[in-house]
Design a protein around this ligand. Sequence first.
Ligand code: GUN
Length: 281
Amino acid sequence: MSLILDGNHAASAIKHKVREAIAESGTQPRLAVVLVGHDPASKIYVRNKAKDCEQCGIDSVTYVLPEDTSEEKLVELIRSLSNDDSVHGILVQLPLPKHINKDHVISAIKPEKDVDGFTKANTMAMLDGKFRFVPCTPGGIIELMRFYKIPIVGRHCVIVGRSDIVGKPMATIALWNNATTTICHSHTRNLGGICKSADILISATGRKNLIKPEFIKPNTTIIDVGMNRDKDGKLCGDCNPEAYERSSAYTPVPGGVGPMTRAMLLLNAVTAAGLKVRLDW
Ligand code: GUN
């Protein structure tokens, strides 16, 4: 029987600690969330982030801008939020409309308010092992593994997908946790063979059924970051369901990585407000 790594359960334990830390501190953390355009998935993510903040005592303000907002206007808003002392954290929901260069926008966020950990300063700091703001999905994955006491040190962590949001930062974090780390991507040869050597397999490709049961050896932990729809319109990850059955532990979709990504944002938001939360499971 495979162990289910229940992201909702771990996330609610983190939320409890965040709520406690805020109540004890007397500080009111404030997070600004910026959404440009009408991507339906982004709208849902932003709504959920606001709900999470409210549940934990974080004051969140959402700025919804039209699809045709110019890059200049957006950068101007981010600069003004960066300079506003009442705002502790800033998140710009990605993807942005095609006419906007996301790097220009992200570089307008003050690194000390960068709750996504996407600015160059925070990316470089992380490469150096200084984890002030860890990008929310890889950060949430590591916290989920800690919560369920999944060993990392010395194990082979295979990451499928090399995005800036998940794959690349995940590899950096896995390395700093002393995993032997491999990144696979669309040009990788023998994907199945490499996956089969994984002790921890993290798939973040958005391609359903990419990870086949025969890619999984016994005692592998599967972290499925995929968010896809199957032929019946049901949410599913990157892994074939039989792949989960062969694992020793896996994250379900939904209810695995998603809630942990959201919990990590709350942790980063309170960190931006100068609070400390100890996750001593
Ligand atoms: N879009 C998908 N994932 C993320 C994330 O972690 N942060 C932001 N800002 N946008 C996203």
